[in-house]
Design a protein around this ligand. Structure first.
Ligand SMILES: Nc1ncnc2c1ncn2[C@@H]1O[C@H](COP(=O)(O)OP(=O)(O)OP(=O)(O)O)[C@@H](O)[C@H]1O
Length: 295
């Protein structure tokens, strides 16, 4: 067996490198065959993974957060090489949803056991998304959060989960809801004053916000959450409930399921996937069943 590790040293504000050093010791102790590459820029992990073939390695392991897993997954599509994850980001929503241990030792043990499962992924244009595609308010929050100074500071004092919440409040002050036309599996729907649309393959994003509590990674469907017609005050009151998925009982929250979602808005609005800024509306998001192997 040959394991190929792709490490984002700066994920989780430097956790990537720390975790990798410990993982490398374990690998050497266990005499596991491995190679390692470090990412040098955004999307570099996808370039590295794309060059690999199944003759060269039996599994690729991403050491980092959701952004790193996103990049590696995009490089592995169509390759048949399984993807392992050792969480080292700030949010680690993908690992949470797939019950991948947060502890590097346990995560590695599980990878070395070699049990594989297939998961669905979302496709937006030429890019694949493994967790949640967010349109509107949360895209803006991702933008502000990625650029924020407090993200690294909060990570440093081990309160990384709070960072998303702070960015949320920051955007809340300025954001204007928009009218949206949705086409879900060919059916037309219109929503007014939409704050956000989350198209989810797994329940959580933003570091544990259970935006679509019933989303499941291999049911061949997206769960789509639309937050519409809510006042700012109501949104603020409802937000904390989303950490437990209890926002879905609010009358201004609609959840639907579907395989293909088209989103059209009056003005172009921002779209994020796996916490990375992807594009602006209009977008077409489709589910690809069992398209990725996870080890
Ligand atoms: N050497 C590098 N320099 C700058 N950015 C990099 C480098 N390598 C990878 N990246 C980018 O860093 C970003 C953040 O990585 P990642 O999402 O894994 O960590 P995180 O943001 O701490 O965790 P999470 O997404 O789970 O909250 C990704 O967009 C990735 O493409």
């Amino acid at each position: 067996m040959m394991y190929y590790f792709i490490v984002n040293k700066i994920s989780g504000n430097g956790k990537g490198l720390k975790v990798w050093k410990k993982v490398e010791k374990l690998l050497q102790g266990k005499r596991v065959n491995y190679q390692v590459r470090f990412t040098e820029r955004p999307k570099h992990a996808a370039e590295i993974a794309k060059e690999l073939s199944s003759e060269q390695c039996d599994a690729v392991v991403a050491v980092g957060g959701d952004g790193t897993v996103h990049d590696v997954a995009n490089g592995l599509i169509d390759s048949n090489i399984p993807l392992g994850v050792i969480p080292a980001g700030s949010g680690n929503d993908f690992a949470r949803a797939l019950d991948i241990p947060m502890d590097y030792k346990k995560a590695l043990e599980r990878i070395l056991m070699g049990k594989q499962r297939k998961i669905d992924i979302g496709r937006i244009g030429n890019e694949y998304c493994i967790t949640v595609t967010g349109i509107g308010f949360d895209g803006k929050v991702a933008e502000v959060n990625n650029a924020s100074k407090y993200k690294s500071w909060l990570n440093f004092i081990r309160l990384g989960d709070l960072s998303y919440g702070l960015s949320f409040l920051h955007v809340l002050l300025k954001y204007r809801p928009v009218n949206i036309q949705l086409k879900v599996d060919g059916k037309n729907l219109v929503f007014f004053n939409v704050w956000l649309i989350a198209i989810a393959n797994i329940p959580n994003y933003g570091g544990g916000i259970r935006i679509c509590p019933d989303a499941y990674y291999n049911d061949g469907l997206f769960d789509i959450c639309i937050v519409h017609n809510m006042t700012k005050w109501e949104l603020l009151r409802t937000f904390p409930k989303a950490y437990k998925g209890r926002h879905i009982f609010h009358p201004c929250v609609t959840i639907i399921k579907g395989k293909q979602v088209e989103v059209i808005s009056e003005l172009p609005i921002i779209v994020q996937g796996d916490g990375e800024l992807l594009t602006k509306t209009p977008v077409n998001v489709t589910i690809h069943k069992d398209a990725l192997l996870i080890i």
